[in-house]
Design a protein around this ligand. Structure first.
Ligand code: HEM
Length: 518
């Protein structure tokens, strides 16, 4: 009996020990990655600055390791500061890490509820991505390269006539390209109403899609407070933004449909896909939002990259002169560089890679998990927002020495890892406009270098105005406004611009720019 009792007691003790050990083991595997200690309720929210959060995240990584867990009201955050961690999670486990943080401000209040870039990885999202693959894949882009080349000449002509408005002209050019691809629409650069709608919508998108900027994203219940309430500034902002956003998404789409009924539309992403949709309302809705994804994705990003390019050229005349010498030698001065020249212009390509690295347009790229996961003995709960710190990877001194300096030779001569492999995102969410975006940016950089000198501006007394290099907070990182001087390199260059622009205008108005990928 006593033996039995002992046995029973020993078994119970062993059982308890097992449970305890299992508990320990479980708790060990349930450990979140390390991170700075936060406050009750507010978590780490006060440790994330609005200005340069990517730098603060990188610095946290220096203390905690390359993955850092943070808590802010409404979200568990996991910051990924190394290429390896980003690759292991966002690329290799893309099926788990391809949702998005669900912002109340951008999706519910502003009217971007159907936006591809903000959707979770749902069946609807995958249908939209399939359409975007067809319209922006390698052979589709190949089919509208002639249009992009033609557009470059018009861009230079506009730049020559109003050089002080270089950012606006760059954005109007991006609008023209994206509206042409999306809707076959010619002339948006001169259509004030549509340009204003698209321009405003990209601003609303960039301001509201940024994580943590709006209290209503952290406390969604706030969306029910009335707009007259003193702290309800976000409701008043949304009341202004929503009608603009809704009109911008619907108007060009409905116009394309109307033109199709009249038989007066050219080939475009929307018209070609609508032709196959047979009036199915779901498919039409996917096409509408995928078309919007093209101009929402293209206008701001390409304008931001090119703004950083102008700033870099004004600050580094020696880099500019070297790239110009390459163009003079390879292309000559009788024609403009074309996208097809890309492989023959390695230094110009290195300048482009360095622009994308120096100040990435998307410093922080947020994905979210759709289920619990484990990584390196850490537990990562479902709905964690996993943020790729693109800036930290592209400014890792072990990989890119003197990372804050502008040194294109790191790519053309030293074999540094290609910034273009990082700057366009990861896994299933990687940028669908990567090929056309690079072609557009390359064409702009190469043709501007071929024909203009970009230098620091001077004030009325002739003193040099030193441009400041300052990031702008928001989902798209563009430089704070700065002045530069943009002048044709020579009379021959000015003449080349005039001749090329004239020639572009003689090309048929409706280039058959489009064929879809298989
Ligand atoms: C040239 C500059 C560009 C840069 C640096 C850039 C960068 C990015 C990045 C980092 C992402 C997020 C990827 C991720 O979550 O992992 C993204 C998404 C996206 N980009 Fe781009 N992009 C550029 C141009 C374009 C262009 C030209 C288009 C369209 C024609 C475009 C359309 C989109 C869309 C629709 C998404 C959302 C994809 C999704 O959420 O699944 N982008 N881009």
């Amino acid at each position: 009996m006593s033996l039995l009792m002992l046995d029973v007691g020993a078994t119970a003790a062993a059982g308890l020990l097992l449970v305890f050990l299992l508990g320990l083991g479980l708790r060990k595997t349930q450990h979140l990655p390390p991170g700075p200690r936060g406050l009750p309720l507010l978590g780490n929210v006060l440790q994330i600055p609005r200005r340069l959060p990517h730098v603060a995240f990188r610095d946290m990584g220096h203390k905690c390791g390359d993955i850092v867990a943070l808590r802010v009201p409404g979200y568990n955050l996991l910051v990924l500061n190394s290429r390896q961690a980003i690759y292991d999670l966002l690329d290799s486990r893309s099926a788990v890490y391809s949702d998005r943080p669900q912002g109340t401000m951008s999706r519910l209040l502003i009217g971007l509820d159907g936006a591809v870039a903000l959707s979770n990885n749902t069946a609807r999202f995958r249908s939209c991505r399939k359409l975007l693959r067809k319209g922006l894949g390698a052979s589709a882009v190949q089919s509208f390269i002639p249009f992009l080349n033609r557009q470059s000449a018009l861009y230079l002509e506009n730049l020559q006539s109003r050089p002080e408005a270089f950012v606006e002209i760059t954005k109007r050019n991006a609008a023209a390209i994206s509206m042409k691809i999306a809707y076959g629409y010619d002339g948006i650069a001169d259509d004030e109403e549509l340009y204003r709608l698209a321009h405003q919508t990209t601003i609303y998108f960039a301001e509201t899609a940024v994580l943590g900027a709006w209290p209503v994203d952290m406390f969604p219940i706030l969306r029910f407070i009335p707009s007259w309430f003193p702290l309800a500034y976000f409701r008043r902002y949304a009341a202004r933004a929503r009608p603009v956003v809704v009109e911008c998404i619907n108007k060009p789409f409905e116009e394309t449909k109307r033109h199709m009924r009249l038989g007066s539309t050219g080939a475009s992403f929307t018209s070609m896909l609508l032709g196959d949709a047979n009036g199915d309302p779901d498919t039409e809705d996917y096409i509408k939002w995928s078309s919007a994804a093209i101009f929402l994705g293209q206008m701001d990003t390409t304008t931001a990259v090119l703004s950083w390019f102008y700033l870099a050229m004004a600050l580094h005349p020696e880099v500019q002169a070297k790239a110009q010498a390459e163009i003079d030698q390879v292309v000559g001065n009788e024609r403009l560089p074309r996208i097809e020249d890309r492989d023959s212009l390695p230094h110009v390509c290195a300048v482009m890679r360095e622009v994308f690295r120096w100040h990435p347009v998307a410093n922080l790229v947020p994905h979210a998990t759709n289920k619990d996961d484990h990584y390196r003995d850490y537990f990562i709960p479902a709905q964690t927002v996993a943020i790729a710190n693109v800036w930290a990877v592209l400014h890792d001194e072990n990989v890119y020495h003197d990372a804050d300096k502008f040194i294109p030779e790191r790519f053309s001569e030293e074999g540094a890892p290609d910034s273009l492999e990082i700057a366009f995102g990861f896994g299933r969410r990687a940028c669908p406009g990567k090929i056309v975006g690079q072609a557009h940016v390359f064409a702009s950089i190469a043709t501007v270098l071929a024909t203009f000198n970009v230098t620091k501006a001077r004030d009325a007394q002739g003193n040099v105005i030193e441009p400041e290099v300052v990031d702008t907070p928001g989902a798209v990182n563009t430089p704070q406004p700065f002045k530069v001087n943009i002048e044709p390199r020579s009379e021959a260059a000015a003449d080349l611009i005039r001749r090329s622009a004239e020639h572009s205008k003689t090309l048929p108005e409706r280039l058959e720019i489009f064929s879809l990928d298989a």
